[in-house]
Design a protein around this ligand. Structure first.
Ligand code: UDP
Ligand code: CA
Length: 253
């Protein structure tokens, strides 16, 4: 079945845990390779931690919960969102066991449509990090591309900006194949949607459409994947299937 694909992600909160299950299912449905998921333990709910071992058995994937304590010498972050972003990128050198040689970070709100093994296998030619190319074809969003002005423009000096929703890869080879792995409606526009291999539910700073609404509108398979994940979760927890638009469950006593 080939070499294991290692995927790293993070989720905090009911909505993002729901997204994360869908990301897992979408990865598994598009590859025959063994997959191991690595999740940051810090922000996962007890419910998620209950369900994930069952999901791993049912769908045949491996997983590990990992954690790293915020170093005392590192400037403290108080905003949850910023802490999450830091965990996505800052501790890559210390958060995994030494034996792990390669990992792909995938945002929890992403839906994968291609074999992510192809991305995993790309030769990144000794570079430590490689980001998938990102698009700028959605002209309506030109005014919102903050990286084209001011600080970011200076900082990049003509080099391309990448969002951090999906990374690792040999950029040179990637450009040769001109594959558009990472697509999201806000920045890419609909002309290239049919070629998307993963779809991220990027926030849209112009419309501010809620993520759930966007998910159903943008990703045709999202509702089925969500139903499957919720049905499975309810079965494991012995709960009734919740209403798809219900607010998050109360925290356990
Ligand atoms: N995230 C999370 N909880 C939050 C916000 C973000 O777990 O409340 C994680 C999750 O993995 C998410 C990633 O951080 O996919 C990036 O945030 P988001 O996808 O909302 O950013 P966008 O792609 O819209 O810029
Ligand atoms: Ca995202």
């Amino acid at each position: 079945r080939g070499k294991t694909i290692n995927i790293f992600s993070i989720a905090s909160g009911h909505l993002y845990e729901r997204f994360l299950k869908i990301m897992i299912l979408s990865v598994l449905k598009n590859t025959n390779r063994p997959v191991k998921f690595w999740f940051i333990k810090n922000y996962l709910s007890p419910q998620f931690k209950d369900v994930i071992p069952h999901m791993s058995r049912e769908y045949g994937f491996d997983y590990e919960l990992i954690t790293y304590k915020w170093p005392t010498w590192l400037h403290k972050q108080t905003e949850k969102q910023r802490i999450i972003w830091a965990y996505k990128i800052l501790f890559l050198d210390v958060i995994f066991p030494i034996s792990l040689e390669k990992v792909i970070f995938v945002d929890a709100d992403q839906v994968v449509r291609a074999d992510i093994g192809d991305l995993y296998d790309m030769d990144i030619k000794g570079r430590p990090l490689a980001y998938t190319p990102f698009c700028d074809n959605n002209k309506d969003m030109d005014g919102y591309r903050f990286w084209r002005q001011g600080f970011w423009r200076e900082h990049l000096r003509g080099r391309p900006y990448h969002i951090s929703a999906l990374y690792v890869v040999d950029l040179v080879k990637f450009r040769e194949t001109a594959a558009e792995w990472l697509w999201c409606e806000s920045w890419c526009g609909n002309a290239t949607k049919s070629k998307a291999k993963t779809i991220d539910l990027c926030n849209n700073p112009m419309t501010k459409e809620p993520k759930l609404q966007g998910a159903r509108r943008i990703v045709s398979e999202w509702t089925d994947l969500d139903f499957e994940a919720r049905k499975f979760t309810a079965k494991i927890l012995g709960d009734e299937l919740e209403n798809p638009d219900a607010p998050p469950p109360p925290p356990p006593p």
